[in-house]
Ligand binder design. Structure first.
Ligand code: NAI
Length: 419
């Protein structure tokens, strides 16, 4: 049973029904239910699947039917009181042995369930799907101290075996794994890009480096933020400002630089408003013109086509230095977050590969660069080593991965769990 059939709920309902399971989709009223049904059917991959989803799907405007369902997935708006109120009602109607999940993107689970009945607290975990649900492979599963191991196993097995997701186990910390690191990359990147723009680079030069040449997707930095929307990024930054632990390096980058804030204020938000950092204009003859926004001059201009070869983040040349500032620092940030946000490096690497389509996760990236070279670079500038680089150095080993094993926080190699 999926409660809330918006962007996420419709995708989760469609994926579950497409896998052959009866799904109850609950919305707030007849009109909302009809829209949710339409959205869910639109998430079908083809006409045949659309029909099989329709055959498995029932919509409802109240919770009365949820007692028949084994997994109850809350996917309503990101509002603490609304979620708590809904969960209390779900708890009084669901059967013993059923499992609940909340699709929150940033509220700690322990805050959502504080003071609710013990049966609920042991049977609930966060299922953090990525948008669009049918396309993105990542599913982060987040228990808190009260969640039973059976609950985690049930949700992880269903996600992996039935929905075909790449399951990552995260801890109950702000924004979990992929968004904690991915949003640091984006928000810090906006700040660190400004001096490079002042020296004459355009946003397309920066995106040309922060894509295939370093093993990141073609959207680059500015292109990805256009896709997500500046309003969403702004909201994420505010959530980080509230919930990051003191001393976290991300606290320096929770708001936008002035040049980007100006875009937000005039609702130049990204693709959904017809342009953010880039826009595509259609000429009368049907051809397209891509434009880039000059953040310093405050105006649109034709985007240039920029080609960049492979970039070595440790090379002492212009592209290497930019790559280090705008990506290398994120690798160091990630290396300091284990075991805070995940038990091991494997979950971190999978989260970035499956949630942000990085070719390599942060630790695979560090292996690619050579951890000893990175350590030497940090030593030279007198910087302390992030936690996992210190573990590696103390263990006297060369890489985070060795064959089928990974380096644990205990300094020993352990077998990599199956995907
Ligand atoms: P949305 O606004 O698209 O959908 C929410 C839906 O819930 C609406 O259709 C609304 O009518 C319905 N709803 C609200 N209160 C309800 C209630 N009491 N009973 C039944 N239905 C109710 O929101 P979206 O984007 O789907 O987000 C849902 C959750 O997923 C939020 O917690 C969000 O933070 C999280 N999330 C969103 C992602 C995204 O990219 N949109 C990614 C990952 C998580």
């Amino acid at each position: 049973a999926v409660i809330g059939g918006g962007t996420m709920g419709s995708g989760i309902a469609a994926a579950s029904a497409a896998a052959g399971f009866p799904v109850l989709l609950v919305e707030r009223g007849e009109q909302a239910a009809a829209k949710a049904l339409e959205r869910t059917l639109a998430a079908a991959h083809d006409e045949a699947e659309r029909q099989s989803i329709a055959a498995k799907l029932t919509t409802a405007t109240n919770l009365d039917g949820i007692g028949d369902y084994d997994w109850i997935c809350e996917a309503i708006i990101e509002d603490l009181e609304a979620k708590r109120d809904l969960l209390a009602r779900i708890e009084s109607l669901r059967k013993d042995g059923s499992v609940i999940s909340t699709n929150t993107s940033g509220i700690p689970l322990s805050t959502i369930t504080a003071g609710l009945p013990a049966r609920l607290r042991q049977d609930i975990a966060v299922t953090h799907f990525f948008n669009p649900v049918r396309v993105m492979r990542l599913l982060e599963i987040v228990p808190d101290a009260d969640t039973s191991p059976d609950t985690v196993v049930a949700l992880a097995d269903f996600g992996r075996l039935t929905l075909g997701k790449g399951v990552v186990h995260a801890k109950d910390t702000v924004n979990f794994i992929a968004n904690r690191i991915g949003c640091f990359w984006m928000l810090a990147g906006l700040h660190k890009a400004i001096p490079h723009l002042e020296q004459g680079l355009g946003i397309e030069d920066i995106d040309a480096i922060l894509s295939a040449p370093v093993g990141l997707p073609n959207t680059g930095l500015f292109g990805l933020i256009d896709l997500i929307g500046l309003d969403v990024m702004h909201y994420v930054g505010a959530n980080l400002a509230r919930n990051l632990p003191s001393g976290d390096a991300g606290l320096a980058f929770t708001s936008f630089p002035a040049e980007v804030q100006a875009l937000l204020e005039r609702r130049q938000l990204g693709r959904k408003t017809g342009g953010g950092f880039y826009r595509v204009l259609k000429n009368e003859d049907g051809s397209k013109l891509k434009e880039a926004f000059d953040l310093l001059g405050g105006q649109w201009r034709p985007a240039r086509n920029v080609a960049v070869d492979r970039v070595d983040l440790l090379a002492d040349d212009a592209n290497g230095r930019l790559g280090w500032e705008l990506l290398g620092e994120t690798l160091l940030y990630a290396a300091d977050l284990v075991p805070q946000i995940a038990d091991d490096i494997v979950n971190v690497d999978r989260a970035l590969r499956w949630g942000f389509a990085w070719q390599r996760g942060p630790f695979q990236f560090l292996d690619h660069l050579g951890p000893q070279r990175v350590i030497a670079k940090l030593r030279k500038s007198g910087r302390p080593l992030p936690n996992l680089l210190a573990v590696l150095e103390k263990a006297g080993v060369e890489t985070f991965y060795r064959g089928d094993t990974y380096l644990g926080v205990d300094g020993r190699y352990h077998p990599i769990p199956a995907e």
